[in-house]
Ligand binder design. Structure first.
Ligand SMILES: [Zn+2]
Length: 111
């Protein structure tokens, strides 16, 4: 008699996994990291930016990514952000798809 192994996916899980695999195959280049926009005061104490918060400099766009325990930060132009946006979007899709593949110890034992 064949007993089902604990880690063998159910037919529904297998279908879901195959669907994810098809979507993963369509993923293009990805650019991990996050983009933030910040305004700031400059070093000139006489500048209006120190008096009026609405006159701070910027916005400055920066891209940040953790890589091998270091934080990488780059200043990006709005044009660069626009150009890289598809790669950021792809990375988000990739993250979601890999998350969809994850099982918990509970769901793995449920089978
Ligand atoms: Zn200033």
């Amino acid at each position: 008699m064949v007993t089902r192994g604990q880690l063998e996916p159910s037919p529904a899980e297998r279908r879901a996994q195959e669907q994810i695999a098809r979507r993963l195959a369509e993923i293009g280049l990805v650019l991990p990291g996050s983009v933030s926009s910040r305004r700031s005061r400059c070093g000139n104490p006489g500048c209006i930016c120190h008096v009026d918060e609405t006159r701070q400099h910027g916005p400055y766009l920066t891209w940040t990514r953790k890589f091998e325990n270091k934080t990488l930060t780059r200043a990006l132009s709005a044009e660069q952000i626009e150009r890289y946006q598809p790669w950021f979007d792809e990375h988000r899709r990739l993250r979601q798809l890999t998350k969809d593949l994850e099982v918990t110890p509970e769901s793995a034992q449920a089978g």
